[in-house]
Design a protein around this ligand. Sequence first.
Ligand code: HEM
Length: 132
Amino acid sequence: MNAPTETAVETVGDTATLYERLGGRPGIEAIVEDIWNNHVSNPLVNKRYVNSDPANVKRLVTEMCCAGFGGPESYTGRDMIAAHKGMNINDTEFVAVCDDVLKALDKHNVGKRERDEILCILYSLKNDVVYQ
Ligand code: HEM
C-alpha cells in the first residue's frame, strides 16, 4: 500500500483533465496556432483551407478542444459530419491532418500520455470526417 503522500500525488496526476494537462485555454490556443500553421504549409491539405477565415477556424478548433478535453468552454461550431460535408476528404488527408497535430504537440513538448489520448480522440472522429 502506498504512503498517504504518494497516493495524494498519484491522485492529482491521474485526475487532472487533459485540458489542465495541456495548460488550459492558453496552452491549447498555442497548440492550435501551430496546427493551423502546419496545415497551411502541408501540401497534402493546404488547398482545402484557401477559402477559410483563419481566425474563425482556429477559434472553433480551440473551442472544440477545450470543451472536449474537459474545459469549461462550449463548442459553438458545427458537428463533424456537417462541418466536412461535401468535401470528400480521403484517408491520406486524414492522416496528414493527424500528423500536423502530432507535430504541433511535439513542438510544445506534450507528453506521450496526452499525445496518445489526443490521437485516440482524433481517430474516433475519423468516420465523421472522411468521405462526407
Ligand atoms: C479528426 C479530425 C478533424 C477535426 C477534429 C476537425 C475539426 C474541425 C472543426 C472544429 C472545424 C470548424 C467547424 C465549423 O466550421 O463549424 C473544421 C472545419 C474544416 N475542416 Fe476539419 N477537422 C478534422 C479533419 C479535417 C481534415 C482531414 C480536413 C481535410 C484536409 C479538414 C478540413 C476542414 C476544412 C476545409 C474546414 C472548413 C473551414 C471553413 O469553413 O473555412 N478537417 N474542422
